[in-house]
Design a protein around this ligand. Sequence first.
Ligand SMILES: [Zn+2]
Length: 403
Amino acid sequence: MTFKMTEVQSKALKSAIKVNRIISEIHGHEKGPTVVFFGGIHGNEVAGVFAIEKVLNNLLESKTAINGSIYGIAGNLQALGSNHRFIEKDLNRLWTFDHIYNAHENLRANEDNEQQDLLDLIEDIIFHNHPPFYFIDIHTTSSQSIPFITINDALINRKFSELFPLPVVLGIEEYLEGPLLSYINELGYVSLGIEVGQHDSIESIHNAEACIYLALTYAVSLKEDDCNHFRLYFNTLKESSQNNSSFFEVRHREAIALSDNFKMNGIFHSFQPVKRNDLLAFKNDIPVQAKKEGYIFMPLYQKQGEEGFFIIQKINPLFLRFSSFLRKLKGYNVLVVLPGIKWKNKKRGILEVNLRIAKFFAKKIAHLLGFRAKKIQNNRMLMYNREKVARTKDYNKEKWFKK
Ligand SMILES: [Zn+2]
């Protein structure tokens, strides 16, 4: 299936642009990284598309010297054309290996075709370009929010995202099935999700532009002094995030089904503190209270979505440092001496945990050592080692990694 050029409207800018799957691409004369930006994986989140188009075209027009290659890619083209999150299926929930390998057998929804087109393109980019690779997926939220980064907690992601003056939220992929970035993580590359603000606010576009410039500078596609406005962009983000650059982890996901009638109890912003038992929302007219204290995260103010909100908590920086240290020592090899934990597949770094025995300590220790917990069935949990699949070797000569 071939996709047509699509007109995308911005309510914030009151203007439209026409884009193809590849919004723009730049190939420099010097060797360097390959940086890939995605915008509009959700079709009503157009800020990234507009920012990518503007920044990449500015770089082309000003003939700025680029190291390596830069790609700007449009996500759900059909949904972008109609300003919907998706047409039939959420394109950001289809990236499980199971779905990818069986997709040709499934009845094909719009989004299955979009995904196949994106898969072919990603494969092509990796084949024709050079490491290190960086993948940055730009989103917006239905609620007002400061900009923030979400990552799968591999050290390469942690270290790269730490450069941005933004809060970083870990562990969301344990709660979501099949986001694009989890797939790219499984391939071993640096991949960041950046949420730049509310869908239709002008700040979201400015934040997205700033993120693109900073990412290109940190990855050394641009030289810091070439990026004339580096300080300006840095300060834009620092101000937008209200000086918040802490690490957080997801502690609760409020799941909602398609048939649920879900409504937040008034206006909440992401990162707003909540106490235990605070009345946060109504699900089918039944009150939903906070089960934990922490900060509310991504409250839902639109019809389409599978999460009502999340609750996140700050991670102690000492915990982060200790965990980096243990991972570098490959401390995960000792996990199997604990009762109730054994290797399921040592080569791929998959542990099997018997929750009847190891319930209380398993998840905490696993997180410390870089594992992602998933698939609970009959008291068994599988844990996947993110460090084992990460292509750390591709990055360990980079300045930001050695820091
Ligand atoms: Zn999104």
